[in-house]
Ligand binder design. Sequence first.
Ligand code: ATP
Length: 608
Amino acid sequence: MSLLDALLRQGALRPVDHALAQSLRRLGQQDGGTDDHVLVAAALASSAVAQGHAGLDLARPHLVCAAPVEWPAVGEWDAALRASRWVAQSPADAASAQAPLVLEAGMLYLRRYREYERRLAHGLRRIAAAAPQAGDLQALEPLFALLFPDTGDDDRQARAAALALLRSLLLVTGGPGTGKTTTITRVLLLLIAQANRAGRPSPRIALAAPTGRAAERMAESLRTAAGQLRAIDGVDPILCDALPDTASTLHRLLGTIPDSPRFRHDADHPLPFDVIVVDEASMVDLPLMCKLVEAVPEGARLILIGDRDQLPSVEAGDVLAAITDAAGEGDALPASLAQALSPLLGVVPMLETENAGVLSGHRVQLRRGYRQSQSLDLGPLADAMRAGDGDDAMRLLRSGLAGVSFHEDVTDPLSGASREALLSSWRALLDLHDPALALQHARRLRLLTALRDGAQGANVLNQRIEEALAGTQRDPYFHGRLLLVTENSYRHGLFNGDIGVCQHDATGIPVAWFAGGEAGVRGFHPASLPAHTGAFAMTVHKAQGSEFDSVWLLLPRQDARTLSRELLYTAITRARSQLHVCAGEDALRAALVRHAERVSGLAWRLRD
Ligand SMILES: Nc1ncnc2c1ncn2[C@@H]1O[C@H](COP(=O)(O)OP(=O)(O)OP(=O)(O)O)[C@@H](O)[C@H]1O
């Protein structure tokens, strides 16, 4: 039996992956057939994209397919692909310009994804290469000193702000509460001051994030940070007035075209902004990042903010990780840059070479956490999980960190002692009649799970919670039910990940309320809503970009492929003041061993 048939028989391929291989087999029949190695690689390249990889790494097919089969030797596979008419080879293989597959640097891509990767790398290089007008940095020094009073070798927030003045492309990465938004607000204020001093109008600034909820949070944090700036003696309030106070989704920023994968803004119709700031960049996938970067106009700045240790985007990507890898880990700056920034930063570590790569000196990793909640000591556990250190994570969980409760071996938090703790919080929603208050209350508690389906999946958990709150004969939109929107609807202004609450009006008619709009809340008839589901429990993937006062994390009884250290890290860092972890040691350790690694060629495309 051929390897392709064996994979199919084992259920290791989706019908669509198999269909691609089958069509190549059929088309190749007149020319003496297509090698089985090529067919398998084609099916796996298609499957790879569905699993978030940019393509198939021939040396690591197990990342795409866990079937217990013997994979072809890399050399043999590579030779078969090179000999195939379906496979174009880099750099430019004119003879097979229409080939559906591309082989490059040991990776087999579906042509479209290789193009996204190539175009994204090209676009990032273009932005990084543009040096913005620095102006007189000395003149900005008094404002800079007010905004960053602790400037010293170790103040990375100050480093990020100073770099933003001289760089068109900047990545600001860091864990929750490391001051990413605070820093960016100050960066924007400096850019406004810089323009005004030079007699130019304030820059046109766009704030965006991949989901509606993340955009809302970004705008909220920015408004808070702007409020803090106004309180600093000596900061001109007119500069603060020029700060943006709203953010949109990336889709809205780029302008969706109904039934088209294209956007209104692209390379030919660039975005009408001078500074584009994107939060939660780890959630942006390869095609979207490519389209965004291409729409950044010549001379504009792009600032990407994110936490690379979080779960990568569901779609093909892990773009942020690849870009940060290309930018390098170190803090040292090329000598010319370090010297240029010395009026603001004093002495900074310098690189030994000026040519350390196109993205060197374009990234700052913020390390110090500022959101110190007395009640929640998450830092050490987050560090252990990020590092995949099972021993340390188990020790910390068992030792009882402030605000962290470990319910070891609990596989069902909806039964036993924890049941009432969870239900009583949600029951309070049944008695609230003010939608704004109910939405606020909804942020207090969330049950997060790694799975969508099965007894420990979000769907079943929601059904059980809803039954406990409103009975078996319940109205599907009972008063107090929480809803999660699962698709973007521009018509409604509702986006994947938005949370709403159902309330019955005085006449008993159900209305689904969501945050937003002039009044702070917007009501919809439930029948008119875009696709949605219950939201008392949700998957960690859906919770990305949101925070809750109290998080209950449930891990599956047995190891599951979706478990990874990134999933655990993302889940626990959603908690603001209390974290409950319901898990067994085996599942926890298995999750921490697994790295949600994504195959991508972006880092090498950006490196030289
Ligand atoms: N340099 C600083 N000194 C004191 N407090 C700070 C500093 N930087 C940030 N903070 C405070 O820390 C808290 C978190 O800051 P901020 O919201 O900017 O972090 P963040 O990294 O954007 O968080 P998140 O990942 O949740 O978006 C805020 O209350 C902010 O005021």
